[in-house]
Design a protein around this ligand. Sequence first.
Ligand code: 5GP
Length: 207
Amino acid sequence: MRDFLPEGWGVQGERGIAFVVTGPSGAGKSSVISELLRRDKRLTFSVSATTRPKRPDEVHGRDYYFLSEEEFERLLSAGELLEWTVYQGHRYGTPKREVVDRLAQGKDVLLNVEVRGALAIAGAGLPCPVVLIFLVPPSWEELVRRIKARGTESEEALQERLTIAREEVRHIPEFHYLVVNDRLERAVEEIQAIFVAERRRITRWSE
Ligand code: 5GP
């Protein structure tokens, strides 16, 4: 490749890229993300901090850093969060250092955050492209079905998730890509295609 490019030019994949996957609860983000991480060794997952209680199948340090309110507050006031938000009464935030260090090592970082977090990351001045991917289920009906199928939702929590989802999809025009998660395999392949294309973007390095 170097033989063909003028001095100072390259393709984006030579350096790190931040890929943000967002979508309403029930879009299937977690399953899609774990499959992407399994298939693509250049990706590293940005583990968020949260004050929400751990679910039985989750592991501290792999899925989230499960923190107390005080611990979260400490990170926040030390300026160590790239962005943060409150979602259904719990706080969630992206630890800055991990993301910045991995990008500096030329690794791609995959983030699972809700809409406001995605837009905040896009505007956070990271020294890399931030690619915003919005994942949706095939229909509203399917979204309701998937949330109910989790079985953990009370009617009130279900209604709250639907209200949040309605607000979230209004922001789709601010994203770069829209992927429909009808079948997991297909959604994963489409996102992998986005990765290939973004890594092949021709770019001029500023330094
Ligand atoms: P859950 O509690 O179901 O794991 O996540 C609830 C929501 O919080 C999801 O939409 C998830 O994408 C979002 N989320 C997880 N980590 C972060 C984070 O660090 N920042 C923001 N803004 N949202 C997050």
